[in-house]
Write a protein that binds this ligand. Structure first.
Ligand code: HSE
Length: 297
């Protein structure tokens, strides 16, 4: 048995919803090919040269498949060939794509035996390997599509939200920001007045998404807790954000733990103009960058 799947990039946090909100976008995406083996081997192959580990225990997709194999006491193994287009370390959910793709691919080959929550449960082992934390804000939208709210991971409680018809401009400047570092620098305690602002924004954002109220989405895309700390790791962050808003973005911020920056727009042309501007900002300071224009989907 053999299958091939397409696995989307995702934008986690959606600015104020640290670790709880995320959305799937239609560009870039990975492709994964799966074969069910008669032997218990877990074979991982990459067709790119990102240098990701291929030993099952060290590979994000590999650990997910090992956990599934262990859980089912399975005599079969899997061979997975990963065509990675979502650059590792970009903040666009590259590890979540491998993890969620592995859970989905295995489930399909095994005859759809798992629920969505079980797939999320297994996929989180991959995220844990990649970042040290079992979070599902990339995995959930990757598996379910659209925008999801991770109400809780223990127990797993995922709320799929409405999917507004919005475009996304994203830039990945090639500077290294490790998720583990980007988590370590965060403050462990926050002020109540900041928390009040933050949950006002999260509630406003969720209400805006549900009501398809683009203006409300825009004015809720504000983060007073995480962005002020993390944005320091991303050159030209303030300039990219300010110029995007001038060009008509509804709002945006850091994608996942960075270094990518994303902006939401109502029109595709606006997203294209913003992407061009983003690229030129990094060209000026000789930082290589990749830009993507996509849709939430
Ligand atoms: N919510 C996570 C973070 C996403 O911001 O650290 C990164 O994988």
């Amino acid at each position: 048995k053999k299958i091939k799947i397409r696995v989307p990039a995702t934008v986690a946090n959606l600015v104020c919803g640290f670790d709880i909100l995320g959305m799937a976008i239609n560009q870039p995406y990975d492709e994964m090919e799966f074969k069910l083996l008669e032997t218990p081997d877990i074979i991982i192959k990459h067709t790119d040269n990102f240098g990701l580990p291929e030993k099952a225990e060290e590979n994000v997709a590999g650990v997910v498949l090992l956990k599934i194999q262990e859980h089912l006491k399975l005599k079969n193994g899997f061979e997975v060939t990963i065509h990675k287009n979502i650059k590792p370390g970009s903040g666009l959910g590259s590890s979540a794509a491998s993890a969620a793709g592995a859970a989905f691919g295995a489930n399909t080959l095994l005859g759809n035996i798992f629920s969505q929550n079980q797939m999320i449960h297994f996929a989180m082992f991959g995220e844990e390997l990649a970042s040290g934390v079992r979070h599902a804000d990339n995995i959930a939208p990757c598996l379910l599509g659209g925008i999801t709210l991770v109400k809780s991971t223990d127990p797993i409680d995922i709320i799929p939200l409405n999917c507004p018809n919005l475009f996304v401009a994203a830039v990945h400047p090639q500077v290294e920001v490790k998720t583990s570092d980007a988590r370590q620098i965060l403050k462990k305690n926050i002020l109540l007045k900041d928390a009040v602002q933050q949950w006002g924004n999260i509630a406003g954002l969720v209400a805006g998404i549900e009501k398809n109220d683009h203006a409300l989405i825009g004015r809720s895309l504000n983060d007073v807790i995480i962005e002020p700390v993390r944005s320091i790791l991303i050159p030209k962050f303030d300039e990219v954000k300010a110029k995007s808003l001038q060009l008509g973005a509804l709002g945006g911020g850091i994608s996942g733990s960075g270094p990518s920056i994303f902006m939401l727009t109502e029109k595709e042309e606006t997203a294209e103009k913003i992407a061009e501007m983003m690229k030129s900002i990094y060209d000026e300071i000789n930082i290589e960058s990749f830009v993507y224009v996509s849709k939430i989907n």
